[in-house]
Design a protein around this ligand. Structure first.
Ligand code: ATP
Ligand code: MG
Length: 587
């Protein structure tokens, strides 16, 4: 894998790229008739494209928020289109009216944009909805019936299920299977016209009830749902099944490569069956889209099941869909993940034909690799302890300075005061130092980073015996950046802030949400694997000038990458989230 802080490698080649390259080389889409069909997206868009381009699509269902797994699909589909001069459509697969909502549509659009992808190509916005094609889908259904490829079944959903058979036993033909096409069409029209209640009948494809592929045992194409759709309102009370709708959407939009996750592999025969029949019926034209499956992204220490994520939100285990511990795009963004880091993870994990687990640390490393070269540095004291420089005059201050970035002098320098009273980290002082401890303890000398060498002279305890103040004397000739700086050699170098000018801040130390790599397969309910210390909120101090504007990222020297919280931070009252530590410290 890539070593930290090296520039990202060129996108690794993968089997999908190989397929696209072979298809382009073979001129497979050179004949593509982009003008489309009545009502098709390309016609609606009114802009036939250069015929030799690939088209992909990202087709989320607007029934929830996007997560890191979706980002993988987004990066693949938009990435292929970008790299091969094609187009990627954003299509809302809105065929399930009861579960879908406009707020999810809005959130999906925002998330894809934020990730850095754009569906505008050649002057056209390639933004579509499955519901744009409901009329076509309905007409195609009638045509399939008349050609003997579909029938209306008046059995209940339970009966249909019971007669499907099993993996080892063939199914049983429905008693309605061979009814005359005219009768099926009449029933379908009644279904469409609202004459029948939900579940009383369904349109099914007529394929093979004995097929070893269960998906070919006369799958349901349309069901009755008296539900209001967020876009088509009450126009329809029958809705196409995803398996029927999806191939048609792809074909109407002129998609060349329909890329989906492996669990759809068994659907591919139906995908081809449907499109080939619609082409024979003159409703679609060749070349038809092809479905290609890749392994979904499985990241350890997170879950991506919508149902489980909803449970985390509803039961208050997290503060919402945008909780910084959530694997949603909203959560990752609030946590401080950048679109570039997410893209980098997706590129590094490539596309594969077999399922595997990706370690969560790869996501963190992608973030470090993205932010290390660009995040300005600042000092924070997370667990403050007072350090008094007893030989430094009261009321006096002087300015110290440091580069904003150790390798980018063009980013300039920052300045901050040094004075008599400072904040240091509690962990930088020990009354009785353990072996190998080089920081402050009575009699020892350390360098205050960017400042002076100081020698510890004493400390003060409160009644409970807790050290509340450390005292030291500074060595006036040892200021960093002056000729005398190296005159005294010390082993320890600690961060500090000038107490009167340090900016108080709330700091949220986030960690992994689960203690198990695969919380869904640990044997217990996934809730049992919630990490009890996935967040710790503390009051610390920041270097003056640290910008608390929501969304601003820094490297807090020695602690890691932090971002000003998008909801709660302001320049006057900064709140910072730890995005990730500087190194992988997970135990
Ligand atoms: P649902 O159970 O609601 O279908 P879903 O996660 O499949 O959930 P969709 O909105 O259908 O949600 O997903 C949109 C696209 O994102 C699909 O093409 C799907 O294959 C892809 N996708 C979802 N999860 C992952 C994942 N973990 N890795 C890669 N692609 C994913
Ligand atoms: Mg899905």
């Amino acid at each position: 894998m890539t070593t930290p802080n090296k520039p990202a490698p060129a996108p690794a080649t993968n089997f999908l790229r190989n397929i696209v390259e072979a298809d382009l080389a073979a001129g497979r889409y050179a004949e593509k008739h982009w003008a489309g069909h009545p009502g098709s997206a390309s016609e609606l868009a009114g802009a036939p494209l250069d015929p030799a381009r690939i088209r992909t699509r990202f087709p989320p269902e607007p029934n929830g928020y996007l997560h890191i797994g979706h980002a993988k699909s987004i990066a693949l589909n938009f990435g292929l289109a970008r790299d091969y001069g094609g187009v990627c459509h954003l299509r809302l697969d809105d065929t399930n009216p009861e579960k879908e909502e406009q707020r999810y549509v809005d959130a999906i659009v925002d998330a894809v944009r934020w990730l850095g992808y754009d569906w505008t190509a050649f002057g056209t916005e390639h933004y579509y909805h499955a519901s744009d094609y409901f009329d076509f889908m309905y007409e195609a259904a009638e045509a399939l019936i008349m050609a003997g490829h579909a029938y209306v079944d008046e059995q209940s959903p339970e009966e249909i299920r019971a007669m499907r058979g099993t993996l080892t036993e063939a199914g049983t033909d429905s008693p309605w299977r061979d009814r005359p096409p005219e009768e099926s069409v009449a029933r379908l029209r009644e279904m469409r016209d609202g004459k029948h209640p939900d579940g009383s009948m369904a349109l099914r494809a007529k394929i093979d009830m004995a097929s070893p592929n269960m998906n070919l045992r006369d799958p349901v194409l349309y069901r009755i749902r008296h539900a209001t759709h967020h876009r088509t309102g009450d126009k329809w009370c029958i809705y196409p099944m995803y398996t029927y709708a999806h191939p048609i959407e792809d074909a109407l939009e002129g998609i060349t490569h329909s890329i989906c996750t492996l669990e759809f592999e068994d659907q591919r025969p139906f995908y081809d069956w449907l499109l080939n029949h619609l082409r024979e019926l003159g409703l679609l034209e060749a070349p038809l889209p092809h479905q290609h499956e890749f392994a979904r992204l499985n990241l350890t220490y997170i879950i991506t099941s919508k149902r489980k994520l909803l449970q985390l939100v509803n039961d208050g285990h997290v503060s919402g869909w945008d909780d910084p511990r959530m694997p949603t795009i909203l959560g990752l963004r609030r946590r401080g993940y950048t679109p570039e880091a997410i893209q980098l993870l997706c590129e590094r994990t490539g596309a594969s034909k077999s399922d595997s687990w990706i370690d969560y640390s790869l996501l963190e490393q992608a973030l470090r690799d993205d932010l290390d070269p660009k995040a300005p540095r600042t000092v924070a004291v997370l667990r403050p302890l007072k350090l008094v420089i007893t030989n430094y005059p009261e009321g006096r201050t002087e300015e110290c300075s440091a580069p904003r970035h150790p390798h980018h002098p063009e980013m300039g320098r920052r300045t901050f005061p040094f004075g008599r009273e400072l904040w240091i980290e509690q962990e930088d002082f020990e009354e009785t130092p353990p072996k190998g401890f080089f920081r402050l303890f009575p009699g020892n000398m350390v360098r205050l980073k960017y400042g002076y060498v100081v020698k510890c002279t004493g400390f003060v305890k409160d009644e409970a015996g807790k050290v509340v103040e450390v005292q030291a004397e500074y060595l006036p000739d040892t200021r960093s950046g002056t000729p005398g700086a190296d005159s005294v050699k010390v082993k320890g170098n600690i961060t500090w802030l000038h107490a009167p000018t340090a900016v108080p801040a709330e700091i949220r130390l986030y960690d992994r949400l689960f203690t198990e790599a695969n919380p869904s397969a640990g044997g217990k309910d996934f809730i049992e694997y919630l990490n009890p210390s996935s967040v710790e909120t503390i009051q610390g101090y920041l270097e003056p000038g640290t910008d608390g504007t929501p969304g601003t990222s820094y490297q807090f020297e020695r602690f890691g990458y932090f971002v000003a919280d998008r909801e709660d931070s302001s320049t006057l009252a900064p709140v910072f989230n730890r995005t990730t530590t500087l190194r992988d410290t997970w135990k």
